[in-house]
Structure formats: C-alpha cells, structure tokens
Write a protein that binds this ligand. Structure first.
Ligand code: ACO
Length: 427
C-alpha cells in the first residue's frame, strides 16, 4: 500500500503523507496542503476531519467497538470501578492498589469547596437549569484556585487534576440540592468516590445515609460508560478552548456548555421528556415514528442515531441490560421502559431507520435508570458531565502535553466583495 496520497487539481499534483493509527486507521496528513496548493479543505461538522492524534480512546463505529486505553468498555463496565477508570483515562494505566489508595486519599484531601461558592449558587434562581449552574460554578472555581498550571510540571498537573476530580462532585451535588431545596452538604471521607457522590446528592438532613449496592453499582456503570468518547462535540470544545492555553477549569466549563445541547449530552433529558410525552399522549409510538420520519416535522427520535456509530452503540447495549436489572432489583415497574422498548423495536425494523443506520445511542436508556435512582430529569445531563469529567481532563492533558497548536480552523468566504462605505444619511 502506498504511504502517500496524491491530490490532482488542474495540471498540478500534490503529495501528502498517509499516517496509520495503532488500529490501522488511515489519515491523509494535509498539514502542508495550503502551503503547497493555496487551497484548504472544507468539512462542516468535521465529519471527515481528524483534529489530533490521541492515545486515549479507540472507537470503531462500524463494528460497535469502544475501548479506553485499550480496555473494552464491556470489561470496564463489568469489572472496574469509576475511580479506576478515572485514573486509567487520565494517567494511561490502571492503577495498582497503592496508586489507587493514594489517588483516593489525595482526592479526599481536596474535597472541600470554598464556602464563598455557596453565595454564588445562592444568586441563581431555583428555576435555573442545572447545566447552566454547573458550568458557572466550574468557571467560578477558577477564582478560588487562581494559579495557572505549569503543564510541564507533573506535580502541578497532578495537583490540578486531583483538585477538580475532588471538587466537581460537590458542585454537582450542590446543583441538585439547590434545585430540591435541600441544605448544601459535604460528603463523608470514609465513603468511596461514587458512594460519596450519592450521599452528597441525596442525604436528607433528618436521616442517616444508607448505602445501597444496587444504586452504587448502577451509578458506577453509568459513569464509566460516559467517561470518554474521543473527539465528540464537548471534548473537542475542551481541547480547542485549552489550546489557547486557557486553564483546565475554564476549558471544562466550556465543555459543560457544549454538552448541554440536545443533540449531544442534553439528549438524555430530551429522551425522557419524549417518552413521557408519548405516554401522556396515550402511548401511540407509531404516531411518533411517523413524526420522526416526516421531513416537514422537526421532531427527531431522541436517543437515536450517532455521528460515529453506524451499527450499534455498545454503551446502549450495556445500559439497556442495566436498566432491566436496576428496575427489577429496585422493584420498579416503569411504563416508560415498555414504551422505550416498543419504540426501539419499531425503529430497528423500520426502513427509514435501517437505511440511515440509526440505532439507539447511550442516551436512549440512561434516563430510565437515572429516573429509577430518583434523579430529577433536569439533572440527567449533569450526571453525564460527572461521568465525562475524566475524559475531558485526559484529553486536555494530552493536548497540552503534546503541545498542540491553537485550534483555529479556516473558512471559505461567501459574502459580499469589496464595496464602498455609504454614510448613513445616504443609505
Ligand atoms: N430521528 C429521525 N431521523 C434522524 C435521526 C433521529 N434521531 N437522526 C438522524 N436522522 C436522519 C436525518 O434526518 C438524516 O436524514 P436524511 O439523510 O434523509 O436527511 C439522516 O438521518 C442523517 O442524520 P444527520 O443529522 O446528518 O446525522 P449526524 O451524524 O449529523 O447527527 C445526531 C447525529 C446529531 C446524533 C443525530 O442522529 C440526532 O440528532 N439524534 C437525535 C439526538 C440524540 O440522540 N443525540 C445524542 C447523540 S449521542 C451523544 O451525544 C452522547
């Protein structure tokens, strides 16, 4: 096979190296395209553009493969804890027992959030969407941790990472507690990372916190499944903001805003609202299938389709099974699950969805589990952000360590040509 690609335009030929990834993925390296030819490429939505070389996550959308640092998502969801996956994604290897204990100790030592932050939270109306609140609080953390990270110092990098991994769950919990009118609480250093998150979110002032293995296992699994997904919209946002050498917290806050949209992480909230609307409308899934296919109707089947997965989303398979298990174990009979399964069955057999390779994505069943765990619908995307945090951090770290250039795409200008300025009185 040739290791270069040849581009012919008019009577000129240009050559470009072809690079091969560790899973044999091929890419034409066009770094010199403009210098050689004066042309650029155009690719709205970056459907064919690789923005970086990355050693964090591999996914094959055709085969439905997802791996973090070489480990399959199926193995990790089954056998690892979320905190092990956090370490794996950020530092590249699964931690030894000692490394894990040290990491957890360091997190506990940093798990307080400045009391002054409560004043900022207090300024938000109760009606504020939790994603907006979370993005703002993450930004506000910068003011309380103003030192920028020297990315060539492992020690400083580690300290910044531990700080955000420790404090982010407090922000998540406070965001939910504010919404529910509960006092803002702290965690318990004796609990595991995920147990602590659960306690911080749900503990009522009048009750002792009791651990529930089914709930903690389900949360662990959901967070692992969301932990990274290579160069998706929010991760690309984190990398591009960080590429200007904006700090870690500022980059993460931008990622949270990107995740909020209903075409990305916001889909989990949209899925549940859609399922509830179908139920309230008498459960007629066929009517909604027809709406999804009608090109004059903006309605889309939320939780279906994916930019990369064109066969199945491996995370959706794991989540569907987990949804069944969690609802069974908690003794919940949720009619929404039956509607979701019916909708999935119809869509998978429908020519429109088959032709366009539209399958349930990670968000299709995740909301059903969150709902069973008592998490309010508006908090679903916040839970996604909590899971995605290690991925964003790992990608930001890799980008800074590789000293990537500032992200700055070009464009093809299609506006007016030069024109003379006309003073306002003559217009
Ligand atoms: N319902 C109905 N039709 C759909 C859907 C859907 N959910 N998704 C895609 N299509 C159709 C489009 O109308 C288009 O049809 P056409 O070729 O006849 O014009 C075709 O399938 C291709 O769709 P695109 O929008 O071009 O695909 P793209 O890769 O740009 O978008 C996306 C992917 C945004 C995920 C899209 O499938 C979608 O909007 N899904 C619903 C929202 C959703 O679930 N988002 C979560 C994604 S996973 C995540 O972020 C964690």
């Amino acid at each position: 096979m040739s290791d270069k690609a040849i581009l012919q335009y008019q009577d000129k030929t240009f050559e470009f190296p072809v690079i091969k990834g560790s899973e044999n993925e091929l890419a034409i390296d066009i770094k010199t395209l403009r210098a050689q030819s004066g042309m650029i490429t155009i690719d709205p939505g970056y459907k064919n553009t690789g923005s970086c070389e990355s050693a964090i996550t591999f996914l094959d959308g055709e085969k439905g493969i997802l791996r973090y640092r070489g480990y399959s998502i199926e193995d990790l969801a089954e056998k690892a804890s979320f905190i092990e996956v956090v370490y794996l994604l950020i530092f590249g290897e699964l931690p030894t027992k000692v490394q894990l204990e040290d990491f957890q100790k360091d997190i506990v030592a940093e798990s307080h959030v400045d009391e002054e932050m409560k004043k900022i939270l207090d300024g938000f109306p109760k009606s504020a969407h939790p994603m907006g609140v979370l993005a703002s609080l993450t930004s506000a953390l910068i003011s309380f941790n103003p030192n920028s990270v020297n990315v060539s110092s492992d020690k400083e990098m580690y300290a910044a990472i531990v700080r955000i991994v420790a404090k982010f769950p407090v922000l998540v919990a406070w965001t939910m507690r504010k919404k529910k009118g509960l006092p803002l609480d702290y965690g318990d250093d004796s609990l595991s990372y995920v147990e602590n998150i659960h306690k911080m979110m749900f503990k009522k002032p009048s009750q002792e916190y009791t651990k529930n293995k089914v709930i903690i296992d389900a949360l662990d699994k959901l967070l692992i499944l969301h932990a990274d997904h290579e160069q998706n919209c929010s991760t690309s946002t984190v990398r591009i903001v960080g590429s200007s050498h904006a700090g870690l917290f500022a980059s993460l806050s931008a990622g949270i805003s990107a995740l909020w949209g209903p075409l990305h992480g916001g889909a989990n909230q949209a899925v549940l609202e859609m399922l509830e609307a179908i139920e309230a409308d008498g459960g007629d899934t066929k009517k909604y299938m027809a709406k999804a296919k009608d090109k004059n109707d903006p309605f889309r089947l939320m939780g279906f389709g994916h930019r990369v997965y064109k066969n199945f989303d491996p995370r959706a398979k794991i989540i569907k099974k987990a949804a069944d298990e969690v609802l069974n174990n908690l003794g919940i009979d949720d009619p929404i699950l039956a509607i979701a399964k019916g909708l999935e069955k119809e869509a998978l057999e429908d020519q429109y969805f088959v032709d366009r390779k539209l399958y349930p994505n990670v968000d299709f069943y995740s909301g059903i589990i969150y709902r069973a765990l008592g998490i309010p619908t508006e908090m679903f995307t916040v839970m996604f952000a909590l899971g995605r945090l290690p991925g964003w951090i790992a990608q930001w770290k890799e980008m800074r360590e590789n000293n990537e250039p500032i992200g700055r795409p070009r464009q093809v200008y299609v506006g007016e040509n030069f024109r003379d300025f006309i003073p306002v009185e003559n217009r």
